[in-house]
Write a protein that binds this ligand. Structure first.
Ligand SMILES: Nc1nc2c(ncn2[C@@H]2O[C@H](COP(=O)(O)OP(=O)(O)OP(=O)(O)O)[C@@H](O)[C@H]2O)c(=O)[nH]1
Ligand SMILES: [Mg+2]
Ligand SMILES: [Zn+2]
Length: 285
């Protein structure tokens, strides 16, 4: 039995990196019976059927530290929430949803990456988000700002998540030179329409470093989250959650709400307004 990590799944088969090799593995039937879905990023034990053909079977799956839902990846160290400064413009509702979902998934290290800095400076993002999260401004096109991002991700398993067309694959192409991922640009040249990433895949980026490219999406459901929990996923609210007059203050319209006193000061009014909007949406479900 050897230990490895699932880096890719294709039609019920799993590719497991172990001891510097990649094994093509089937999963034991028991997983399906127990409704356990082997997931990219899983640490697994495999038995090797054929060393020559590099074929094996997944025998067991180690407990997961966390598991992101969109994209579905387990044991993530760092979520890089990726948007573009322009083209497409930043959808702040969607940005906050990504952040909330990452917080809800208990990803310890969450950073924001704003690509296409060649098109706009994205000052608004810095103003609102830099006090809360580390923000990287990069241009995959001009290979600008990529190095500090790469250094930050070294030794971690990271996922680039964000809408379609913001340049996730382009950034990864810069972070992992050599193996070129398909991006929107490339396939326009071969005239097959715009290429978007379809596969979730763990890409090796040096020793102990993995980066997950993922398909972009334009909406993100937060239905799993209870409205009263939402306050815990707005990270900058944390210092002010316990001071309110009512223990179960929802920080919406209650008298004696201390959190609201900090809106427009330590808490950005926009972020607070999006919190209220999300809260109301979750309450309507
Ligand atoms: N101006 C500019 N364009 C960029 C930059 N990075 C990527 N692009 C372009 O943006 C388009 C989308 O890039 P992709 O890397 O395919 O975007 P993606 O986020 O992987 O998209 P999906 O796979 O659909 O989720 C392509 O036409 C890229 O050439 C950048 O830094 N500046
Ligand atoms: Mg892509
Ligand atoms: Zn309150």
């Amino acid at each position: 039995m050897i230990q490895g990590r699932i880096i890719k799944g294709v039609g019920g088969l799993y590719f497991v990196a172990a001891d510097g090799l990649v094994y093509e593995c089937a999963a034991r039937g028991i997983f399906r019976k127990k409704k356990i879905i082997p997931t990219i990023g899983d640490n697994v034990e495999i038995s090797v059927q054929s060393a020559r053909e590099k074929k094996g079977t997944i025998e067991s799956i180690m407990p997961r530290r966390n598991c992101l839902i969109r994209p579905r990846v387990a044991n993530i160290d760092c979520a890089v929430i990726t948007f573009a400064a322009k083209s497409p413009d930043i959808n702040f509702d969607l940005l906050d949803r990504f952040l909330v979902l990452a917080e809800y998934q208990k990803i310890e290290d969450i950073v924001i990456c704003i690509n296409k800095s060649d098109l706009s400076a994205a000052e608004k993002i810095s103003g609102i988000y830099s006090p809360i999260y580390r923000v990287f401004h990069v241009s995959a096109l001009e290979n600008d700002g990529i190095k500090p991002l790469g250094e930050y991700l070294r030794g971690k398993v990271s996922v680039l998540a964000g809408p379609s067309g913001v340049g996730k694959s382009s950034i990864i192409n810069r972070l992992i030179p050599g193996e070129t991922r398909m991006t929107g640009e490339i396939s326009r040249k071969i005239e097959r329409g715009r290429h978007t990433t379809r596969q979730v895949e763990l890409l090796g980026a040096g020793s102990d470093t993995y980066i997950v490219d993922s398909p972009g999406f334009t909406s993100l459901s937060l239905d799993l989250i209870k409205p009263e929990e939402l306050q815990h996923y707005f990270k900058e609210f944390e210092p002010y959650l316990d001071g309110c007059r009512f223990n179960d203050c929802r920080h919406i319209a209650e008298p004696g709400c201390v959190l609201k006193e900090h809106v427009g000061r330590e808490i950005s009014r926009e972020r607070y307004e999006r919190f209220v909007k999300l809260y109301e949406m979750l309450s309507d479900n």
